[in-house]
Ligand binder design. Structure first.
Ligand SMILES: Cc1ncc(COP(=O)(O)O)c(C=O)c1O
Length: 419
């Protein structure tokens, strides 16, 4: 079908994410992707600064991942994990367990980040139940946090951005506090734990970077504090590494970089190098052992239909091959240094509040952005795909981006911000 036809014929039937369908600008029709570029149907090429919501860490269409998926497609695209297993899922589980720090070594597969978070929350509550602690049904989460769009994940995300008022009655209420980055916020969390500690199933946090909530950074001491507090009140510590996992912050996992081992980790996004949907909830030995029993009621009763999809696991195994073979973390360090140098030009310009970089995440925070759609369109005019939200313009490019392509991204930001 030619482009005009599929575009015009289909546009009236699709409902796009995060969009006011009435007022949004027409979405850009994409004909293909290659390396760090998005090729539009009219032939224009955009350098991608976002890597498709932070997934395409090796760039698009990586030949090694493509051929692994093609090979798997020829033998077995999918088989359910109920009562069955296959090589790709078991190999991936083993490799993830080996890569993660501490004794995080039981991998439960699902298909999206939000679902991985739901599973982590269910695991944490049932961990308490299986140990006879029936009161532990609440979570502590943090302002500025984002854990997904399903109901459980929304309920532990930032109350404003997660629309808690709008969905009052649908969402369960948890304790949402400021991250304990200073004395006052630490004292507030301490006080809450003294009063309600025995009702807390888990503390959930995006380690080192709160992504979709504003690309805000915190330090490893904050995570260490959470580790100590979780241990003190007998709650599980859950790190949501759906954004930070697989090199984005500079280390393979943020928990490793921070030197803090949680009880449960959630992974997705770059797990398959941006090719197929897959997520994992990884539990430590002590969590898994609470489910290990002769009693069937103590099993984890969860089972996404496409859990451990063989194509997705093959893509993830191929992505891990690339992390083993190629100096990707060194590339992250180099692009981090380049982004810091080039984005520093935004510092002190009108309306710029802060410029910060961690690993392969570059952020220019503005006082405010009046018209997000117009700003996004300006970037397309500059030949780049950059998608600001809230009051931040950010870059999360593929790790394989060339220095010239990266400069195109940073100079587009410098130009669009103006003097
Ligand atoms: C930290 C974090 N957790 C969870 C999610 C939800 O993942 P998904 O969109 O795959 O459901 C996201 C997505 O942006 C995320 O950044």
């Amino acid at each position: 079908m030619d482009q005009n036809h599929w575009y015009e014929a289909g546009l009236g039937h699709i409902w796009l994410p995060y969009a006011q369908m009435k007022t949004m600008r027409p979405p850009l029709p994409v004909a293909g992707t290659q390396g760090c570029r998005i090729v539009l149907a009219d032939g224009r090429e955009l350098i991608d600064g976002i890597a498709s919501w932070w997934t395409a860490c090796h760039g698009y269409n990586h030949p090694h991942i493509r051929s692994a998926v093609e090979r798997q497609l020829a033998s077995m695209p999918h088989v359910m994990l109920g009562g069955l297993v296959h090589e790709q899922a078991l190999t991936l589980a083993r490799r993830l367990a080996a890569l993660l720090p501490g004794d995080l070594d039981r991998v439960f597969f699902s298909e999206s980040g939000s679902v991985a978070v739901e599973i982590a929350m269910k695991m944490a509550v049932q961990y308490g139940l299986n140990r006879g602690e029936r009161r532990r049904t609440k979570f502590i989460a943090f302002k500025g946090g984002y854990h997904g769009d399903t109901n459980g994940a929304m309920a532990v995300s930032d109350p404003d951005q997660g629309f808690h008022d709008l969905f009052r009655g649908l969402l369960l209420e948890h304790f949402i506090l400021n991250l304990p980055v200073g004395d006052e916020s630490t004292a507030a969390l301490d006080a809450l734990l003294s009063r309600h500690g025995d009702t807390i199933a888990g503390i959930i946090v995006e380690p080192l970077v709160q992504g979709a909530g504003g690309m805000r950074f915190h330090d490893s001491a904050t995570l260490q504090r959470l580790r100590t507090m979780a241990d003190r009140c007998g709650a599980l510590l859950i790190f949501d590494e759906i954004f930070t996992g697989f090199g984005r912050t500079g280390a393979m996992f943020a928990c490793e970089g921070a030197g803090v081992v949680p009880d449960i980790v959630t992974l997705s996004k770059a797990l398959t190098g941006g090719t197929l949907p897959l997520a994992a909830t990884v539990a430590s030995r002590k969590v898994f052992e609470a489910f290990w029993s002769d009693d069937p009621k103590m099993a984890l009763m969860h089972g996404p239909t496409y859990a451990g999809n063989a194509l997705a696991c093959a893509a993830a195994n191929a992505s891990l091959d690339l992390f083993e073979r190629e100096p990707l973390l060194a590339q992250v360090a180099a692009l981090s240094e380049q982004m810091a140098r080039e984005l520093a030009l935004c510092q002190g310009r009108g309306g710029v509040k802060d410029v910060r970089v961690m690993g392969a995440i570059g952020v220019v925070e503005l006082e405010k952005i009046d018209d997000l759609d117009a700003l996004r369109a300006r970037f397309v005019e500059e030949g780049v795909f950059i998608r600001p939200f809230g009051n931040v313009i950010y870059l999360t490019p593929p790790f394989t981006i060339s220095p010239d392509e990266l400069t195109r991204l940073t100079s587009a930001i410098v130009k669009v911000i103006g003097p």
